[in-house]
Design a protein around this ligand. Structure first.
Ligand code: PMV
Length: 347
């Protein structure tokens, strides 16, 4: 088969992807270059929050160009995008550079995984723009090269990302569709500024904690419990495992060299309230990513009441509500973004 030297005529595509919240966290890599994870993880996608990305391969471009919220991005942000673009170009057999235009409808870099939705949308858009017809596991693996958790934003609903026997075998799949269990994530925002240490740097510190080996060794047990809790819609079991898992990850973070402490007093206050509410019979559970904001899980029917209660906890600035979301998907050409165009509305 001869490699194509140029992309197809219409080398532009647009995709939308949701961030996800991990119920079992990914923290640390077996191989950082490939983002081959130290342990398996499990998440659900967050409906209503999204990244929308247009990729346009163009013959006249001398370099890749990245626009995020109509601002030009260079440096590390661009290099991570190029990792995905290069993998696409290699598979498609051409060298054209790309213009990438992206925007989110939620706050970035504050413990809501904007990199997950960003790289999932990028992988789906770039593959389509290059004329590649990739299956979901291949798209998940492609997204993973930009950000590990992005592997989980490609499939829809409740998603497991398996470690795999080797890096090429490490991708995410749908464990149960979104409709299987109507849960919601009420995200208590206690801080909107970007965190000091991003997760890419954090993953590299995981091995410096004496607790990481124990956390990784115990992950198959926690994954089995979460699968069972989701399968049987057992909220109490889910709450126990999810909170234990987040504490294990933060214990590793807090005992790394240098230590990472993402919690603020407001984060701890929210956690204490959630524990108290559950003690009174309310089905709620918390989890925190690499940031201070607290994701409070509950049945979707309770989300409005839970959000109202969370908004009253001192230090909570606002609360976002997201139900379980679908997969990353291509959008029609008329929804393409342009660098100077108007900000996108709901996709
Ligand atoms: O995909 P990354 O490199 O942003 O890592 C995500 C790490 C956590 O959000 C803390 C956990 C997870 O599994 O999403």
């Amino acid at each position: 088969m001869s490699a194509r030297l140029r992309p197809p005529e219409s080398a532009r595509a647009t995709a939308l992807a949701h961030p996800n919240i991990a119920l079992i966290k990914y923290w640390g890599n077996r191989d950082p270059y490939w983002r081959w994870p130290a342990n398996g993880s499990f998440s659900f996608n967050l409906d209503g929050l999204w990244t929308r990305t247009t990729v346009h391969f163009r013959a006249e471009l001398e370099q890749d160009v990245l626009w995020l919220h109509r601002r030009r991005v260079t440096g590390e942000g661009l290099r991570r995008v190029q990792r995905v673009l290069d993998a696409v170009r290699e598979q498609a057999g051409f060298t054209w550079k790309a213009e990438v235009i992206s925007e989110n409808n939620f706050p970035m870099a504050a413990g809501i995984a904007s990199s997950a939705s960003a790289f999932a949308a990028l992988a789906v858009a770039a593959a389509a723009a290059a004329g590649l017809r990739l299956r979901e596991p291949e798209l998940s693996r492609l997204a993973r090269l930009g950000s590990g958790s992005a592997a989980r934003s490609v499939p829809g609903g409740y998603v497991e990302w398996r470690v795999g026997a080797h890096e090429a075998d490490s991708f995410a799949y749908t464990f149960a569709p979104a409709e299987h269990w109507a849960l919601a994530d009420c995200i208590a925002i206690v801080q909107e500024t970007p965190k000091a240490i991003g997760s890419s740097a954090g993953h590299n510190l995981a091995e410096t904690s004496p607790l990481q080996a124990a956390r990784v060794a115990d992950t198959p047990r926690r994954l089995a419990l979460v699968r069972h809790a989701v399968q049987t819609r057992d909220f109490e079991l889910l709450a126990q495992v999810v909170e234990q898992d987040t504490h294990l990850m933060h214990a590793v973070m807090q005992t790394s060299t240098p230590p990472l402490l993402y919690w603020t007093p407001a984060s701890v206050r929210v956690m204490q309230h959630v524990r108290a509410w559950r003690g009174q019979g309310q089905p709620v559970a918390y989890t925190l990513d690499a940031g201070p904001n607290v994701h409070v899980l509950c049945p979707a029917d309770d989300a409005a009441n839970v959000a109202t209660a969370l908004a009253e906890v001192p230090g909570v600035q606002r609360v976002l509500i997201a139900r379980v979301g679908g997969p990353a998907r291509l959008l029609p050409p008329e929804q393409a973004l342009s660098p100077k165009g108007p900000a996108a509305s709901e996709g």
